[in-house]
Design a protein around this ligand. Sequence first.
Ligand SMILES: [Zn+2]
Length: 251
Amino acid sequence: MDACACAFRRCLRDQAGGLTRSEPRPPPMPKHDTRQFANQHERRKIAVAPEILRTINSLKARLLSQRLLGTLEQGPFAGYDYGNLSIRSSRQPLQLLITGRQTASKQPLTADDFALVHGYRAEDFVVLSRGRTEPSSETPLHWRAFQADARVGAVAHAHVVDYHPLAAAFPAFLKESGLRVAQLRSKSRAGAEEIGRLVAAGGLGIILMPNHDGGFGVFSTGADIVAAVASVAAFYQDLERYGEAHGIPTG
Ligand SMILES: [Zn+2]
């Protein structure tokens, strides 16, 4: 059987039907910090409970296999990781644990791959954090979601990149799904405000983000990380079924 010519390091068609397997194609290492906020970061060790690490690593395995988290393999940002996860670690004052920069493809994560975010100032777009790694470029979106609704215990933010087999089904699905939609500029302060507004108005669940970093984004809030990731998985399945039902090629 011929090798698959697609750009995936591990071809999705492999998992779907055992058809083919592409050769490893390591992306170039990213050179730039894509974060737009100013980060007052204290680089020192933080603790993350072993059961939290176990849970997140287990959930991540599935998200990685579906390419909902990973490393961009095409386009101007090839080599950059996409997707991030966070959990509320303190209610009053608000603090959250979020996956660090360039950790989406890393598995398993350790405490050193998380940042503890203990403050966010929208007025001058500053994130306050500590940890061995710096927080994700999309930290303000997470922070605003936690602030907007006390029931939010975790956020799972996934991407479906435009070369993902399911990407073709997304535009039509978007019109019919009835899910909330955030039109926002990636990593912007205004984008974080928009997420906060949508969560405050609509509570927990999925928010779709069209035109997001070379594909589209899925922003899921849940009572805990298991629930947040379960909503992403349900969305993925819905999109897959939608593509199949409407004859949209998905692979
Ligand atoms: Zn994103």
